[in-house]
Design a protein around this ligand. Structure first.
Ligand code: NDP
Length: 337
């Protein structure tokens, strides 16, 4: 069994040395346990926060020397659990390793799902995040201007496509020309800007002549700076993530801008709301599953995956994710089915 353990807390952007590849025997399942072989490992931005010494408030940090955590699609290899049998395909949390044990409580049967890796992307946690954040918190109305960055990524691509389905005008933001073309030609967004263009803020103002009604916050940083002056009275800002800051070691340079932010929220009556998707499964996952199945089945919504081969390549792929090198939902193919 191979696994990546956390070797050091990253100082800024993680390096390959912050995780360590270890090999050991394949574990044997005890009473009530299931032995899982990982087929696909999901790589997600939140993992960066779990690598810090003090983790985020919503989840425990990964202790040094322990396996990196992560959502996975697994094949059951052996089972001492009444609900699972060898050969079953399940969604689990095996982390960055070939094999893992589970007591079954965190497993979801996937049946004979055609594209099981989508259970880690558009049909799973990131897609659900887009659905709840946009529809429940963003509440787009027909004709609204919706702005979303990382707009070809796991969450952002679904946000933009659902916004289009709801009749909104979508102004997408991405890093790079290949992503920009894809957002316009394949995803059908109305405008797509490159956040790295020197005059990006001016381009955004020009692309939003009626202001911004919904800003789905995925990134923070310079994108948020450009968005803030354009927000309309009564705008909604679901705060999903601020990936531009996950590697920050110090406070940003320049003057304190909190008063500017707070007075904009006050004067324009902006609704800013953070959310963590774990809270919403019980209430909303069924509706999400139903709607997504319909949208994907009818071709109204497309999913793009960025698939990397081999567990050994997970660290580089993860570092790339934090720099925008992924193009679509990032998954690692760990084992042959
Ligand atoms: P993505 O597939 O979108 O990949 C991350 C993307 O972020 C990159 O491809 C890049 O896109 C963009 N990015 C990276 N660095 C920067 C930067 N410095 N400034 C601006 N953009 C940057 O990842 P996900 O869809 O999985 O996650 C998107 C966001 O949603 C993250 O902030 C994540 O933490 C958050 N999230 C929150 C959840 C919640 O429960 N609240 C659940 C799931 C995700 P590009 O090159 O196009 O700019």
């Amino acid at each position: 069994n191979r696994r990546f353990a956390l070797a050091a807390h990253p100082q800024g952007l993680p390096t390959p040395q912050d995780v360590r590849l270890e090999t050991g025997p394949v574990p044997a399942p005890g009473d009530g346990q299931v032995l899982l072989r990982t087929l696909y490992l999901s790589l997600d931005p939140y993992m960066r926060n779990l690598m810090d010494e003090v983790g985020p408030v919503y989840a425990p940090a990964v202790p040094l020397g322990e396996a990196m955590v992560g959502g996975t699609v697994n094949r059951v290899v052996a089972s001492n659990h009444p609900d699972f049998k060898p050969g079953d395909l399940v969604l689990g949390n095996a982390g960055w390793q070939d094999y893992a044990l589970s007591d079954g409580s965190d497993l979801t049967a996937l049946g004979d799902m055609a594209e099981p890796s989508h259970a880690l992307g558009g049909l799973g946690m990131p897609g659900f995040t887009a659905y709840v954040g946009l529809l429940d918190l963003g509440q787009p109305k027909p004709g609204d201007t919706v702005v979303v960055a990382a707009a070809t990524g796991a969450v952002g691509a679904v946000v933009g496509q659902i916004a289009k389905l709801k009749g909104a005008r979508v102004v997408a933001i991405v890093g790079g020309e290949d992503k920009r073309r894809y957002a316009l030609d394949e995803l059908g967004f109305d405008v797509c800007l490159d956040r790295r263009d020197p005059d990006f803020a001016a381009q955004l103002a020009q692309a939003c002549p009626d202001g911004i009604d919904v800003y789905f916050e995925n990134v923070g940083g310079e994108v948020f700076d450009a968005v803030l002056p354009l927000l309309n009275i009564g705008a909604r800002v679901p705060v999903c993530g601020i990936i531009a800051h996950y590697n920050d070691k110090t406070a940003p340079a320049g003057p304190d801008r909190v008063p500017l932010l707070m007075s904009a929220i006050l004067q324009k009556r902006i609704k800013v709301q953070g959310f963590i998707i774990f809270d919403h499964y019980e209430q909303r996952f069924e509706a999400f599953r139903r709607d997504m199945a319909e949208w994907i089945g009818s071709g109204a919504l497309k999913l793009r995956e960025d698939r990397v081969d081999g567990l050994e390549n997970a660290p580089e792929a993860f570092i790339g994710l934090l720099q925008g090198r992924n193009f679509g939902k990032l998954v690692v193919r760990v084992g042959e089915d």
